[in-house]
Design a protein around this ligand. Structure first.
Ligand code: NAD
Ligand code: ZN
Length: 371
């Protein structure tokens, strides 16, 4: 295939196995694909749950789904992007099913296949390892733990060249998820109360967005004191350490009866149950935290019914990435969305250290510098 090239990639060879840095080969861009020279890629909790096979992405695979880089070459059907453009890579969507046409690509009919299938739309991989064996790829339509990645034009989002590209990759997933859940899905109102269950990268992005939206009571709940401290600096008006305090009582007391809006990003069903209990009348709970497939949570049906409360699942902040990611860049540049406070940079070679620091609560949002 013309345009194929040698790349360096972090490969997961087996369930719960560390990432291995390998030399591999990536084919060139076809049709609506863009080849992107990756500058940096965020590490999201979702990469780790796939490494550990909560979601059955076939292995061996190249993961990575918060890539940022520079367009190197484009396929013959690419219309707007060109070599040299700065892009943030985001989730894959088909672009022509009803949810995609309605501006809800995160609920694309083919979302699971396009983002977790480990192959392209035709069942093929684009990467081979040093022995010539195929590696599963197209993870979130990018597989960006590598020096180069193939994306499609629809999930490569052009960003301004005066923004710091090495910082922007997490806008493609974790940051967009927390901020979009608040601004697009829940539509947190000015003057309202918001509770963020989890003060990780997603939860703190939600806290910053709730401040942008004008919420006047913003509660961050976590078990890591340093994260709660940072939450206060980013806009939380109250914090609750759920290891030390009864969360339901605390949130009800702070809000005078229950939160108007809440977001669950810990992935723990008991935290979700508690958060639903601590909603006020007409309160809305958004669910973004991802447990193992098949996990169930319980709630008091009459508590939901009588208070007119609701629960909704949210993927990727329900954003139209072409619209929302540039908006987040502008908010960042204006100092109103300081997500750089969450970030620590690592070289790609230290990806396992970055993963461990993330799991242990030392680093909120690792970004791997690649070029
Ligand atoms: P993270 O690990 O940085 O954040 C999770 C936070 O939950 C941590 O700060 C942790 O201390 C806290 N926590 C754990 N147990 C707790 C408990 N019992 N009570 C209170 N807090 C507790 O992860 P992240 O990158 O912020 O991602 C959060 C979740 O969102 C993950 O499950 C991830 O897979 C998921 N995610 C979903 C989407 C989506 O589109 N729905 C997108 C990105 C990430
Ligand atoms: Zn993610």
């Amino acid at each position: 295939n013309s345009g194929s090239r040698d790349i360096t990639a972090a490969v997961v060879r087996g369930k719960e196995q560390p990432f291995v840095i390998e030399q591999a080969r990536l084919r060139g861009p076809q049709d609506d694909e863009v080849l992107v020279k990756i500058v940096a890629t965020g590490l999201c909790h979702t990469d780790l749950i796939v490494r550990d096979q909560y979601y059955p992405v076939p292995l061996p695979a190249v993961l990575g789904h918060e890539g940022a880089g520079i367009v190197e070459a484009v396929g013959s059907n690419v219309r707007e992007l060109k070599a040299g453009d700065h892009v943030v890579l985001t989730y894959g969507q088909c672009g022509h099913c009803n949810p995609c046409r309605g501006g809800h690509g995160a609920y694309c009919r083919d979302f699971f296949a396009l983002n977790f299938g480990g192959v392209d739309g035709h069942g093929h991989t684009a990467i081979t390892d040093a022995q010539g064996q195929p590696l599963h790829d197209h993870f979130f339509a990018q597989s960006s733990f590598a020096t180069f990645a193939l994306a499609r034009e629809i999930n490569a989002i052009k960003v301004p060249e005066d923004a710091p590209l090495e910082l922007l990759g997490p806008l493609g997933c974790g940051i967009q998820t927390g901020a979009g859940a608040v601004l697009n899905s829940l539509q947190v109102r000015s003057g309202s109360s918001f509770a963020s269950y989890g003060a990780g990268a997603v939860g703190l992005s939600a806290v910053m967005a709730a401040k942008v939206a004008g919420a006047t009571t913003i509660i961050a709940i976590d078990v890591v004191p340093s994260r709660l401290q940072l939450a206060m600096e980013l806009g939380a008006t109250h914090v609750v350490n759920s290891r030390e305090t009864d969360v339901i009582e605390a949130v009800r007391a702070i809000t005078g009866g229950g939160a108007d809006f809440a977001l669950e990003s810990t992935g723990r069903p008991e935290v979700l149950s508690a958060g639903i209990e601590a909603l006020g009348g007409l309160g809305m709970m958004g669910v973004v935290g991802a447990p193992k497939l098949g996990t169930t949570a319980s709630f008091d049906v009459n508590n939901l019914l009588l208070g007119g409360r609701s629960i909704r699942g949210i993927v990727e902040g329900d954003s139209v990435p072409q619209v929302f990611i540039p908006q987040l860049v502008t908010l960042y540049q204006q100092g109103r969305f300081p997500f750089d406070r969450l970030v620590k940079f690592y070289p790609l070679e230290q990806i396992n250290q970055a993963a461990e620091d993330s799991t242990r609560g030392i680093t909120l949002k690792p970004i791997l510098r690649i070029a």
